[in-house]
Ligand binder design. Sequence first.
Ligand SMILES: Cc1cc2nc3c(=O)[nH]c(=O)nc-3n(C[C@H](O)[C@H](O)[C@H](O)COP(=O)(O)OP(=O)(O)OC[C@H]3O[C@@H](n4cnc5c(N)ncnc54)[C@H](O)[C@@H]3O)c2cc1C
Length: 419
Amino acid sequence: MRMREILIVGGGQSGLQLALSLQEHGYAVTVMTVHSPEELYTGRAVSMGVMFGTARAAERAYGLDFWEDEVPPLHGMRISGYTPEGAPAFTCNGRLARPAQSIDERVKMAVWLEVFAERGGRVVLHGATVTDLDRLATMYDLTIVATGHSGLSDVFPVDRSRPTARMPRVATAIAYIEEDPRHPDPDAVGVDIVPGLGHVIGWSGFSVNGRCRMLAVTGAADGPLARLPRRVTPEGHLDVLLDIIRTHLPERYEAYRGARLADPRAVAVDHANPQVRHPIAQLPSGRSVLGMGDTVVVTSPALQQDANNASTAARLYLEAILAHGDRPFDEAFMRAAFAPYLDYAGPFTGQVAAHLHFNPPYVTDYVAAAERYPELADRFVNGFDDPAGLAAWFTDEAATRALVAEAENAAAEPPLAHA
Ligand SMILES: Cc1cc2nc3c(=O)[nH]c(=O)nc-3n(C[C@H](O)[C@H](O)[C@H](O)COP(=O)(O)OP(=O)(O)OC[C@H]3O[C@@H](n4cnc5c(N)ncnc54)[C@H](O)[C@@H]3O)c2cc1C
């Protein structure tokens, strides 16, 4: 069989995971991307990148988990709620069936790109345009666009037939800070649900200078986060985040007072609301290219899904390519490759995203009940590694309340008498 030539445009989670795994199967892969490993490593932070069990297993299967022993495992999720006056209302702790881990993408992508090139992969450093895509698509058996949720994603039409979440625009601001023993949740994802703000999220991760604390504040873009100036130094960015925490979550402020950035470029801010696009873009010449990862399905950065989805997209596209043998990668192939990815990632782009960001009362009631019933906490937190499974009950108020009632009834039942 002739070696199949595949072009992947975009060297992020999905693009490089697919490139490295296709390489293992003997495909000739070219990656076109903007930044060199050096530029990635020394550039600004881009995300928090917490990866759950499914995504970690996909990386492990191809030996891409180079940091397995260095990155602190996150065994669960702690979720706390507060009254509008700021008093603690509840805290639940769910245990993840398989631990999560968080690696700064600057580290991961720099190393993956380097390893891909060392193993004989072709790397072209260039920001592709639509004209480039049109010309290049003739030279490869398959062209995949994995350039994230901005830029080239516009060539993939938005799928308006899908009901994406109706919700205010969301902002997410992150900073990696030096680890400190005062920080809460050394081995869990910590989430504080703060009325009038949104969420303050933190966990231990691994960055360019080793272990660090990853901190995110997320909420409505026109809420307290609107205080973040458009142009601000990284230190100024951290100061605003800390001041928002001091004002809206005084309970946690002590743990972060005086925090220092883990490196001089350890901040980022992002605005992304849920969106699903059609997987195929028709280029001006009529040729087709296939979209992958954030390019075609986005939820929202703070929901801890999109890097996991990008990984799952890479895994599913790999399976589709391998199963396709030497047949042409036509539009039927592209649609078939995308379908299982949409089944996996799509449900979270619906009302799940809105309900997780803006917590209607039944959601808060569920999480408050999970303080008393650990099985509710476990069910909820493991849903982050099973987005379609979570969506199946979590958006349905009656189904969610029924789970709480079931746990309450089971607890109220008298223990069985022993014979
Ligand atoms: C602040 C923040 C926090 C986040 N936290 C989490 C989290 O905790 N958990 C989680 O699961 N997800 C998280 N995410 C989302 C996650 O980072 C993305 O979903 C994931 O990186 C998407 O992978 P991708 O391969 O689709 O695209 P990306 O990783 O965005 O990669 C795109 C690549 O394409 C390159 N590129 C762009 N344009 C071009 C072009 N024209 N030509 C060539 N190359 C191009 C870029 O330089 C980049 O290398 C977060 C995102 C942000 C912004």
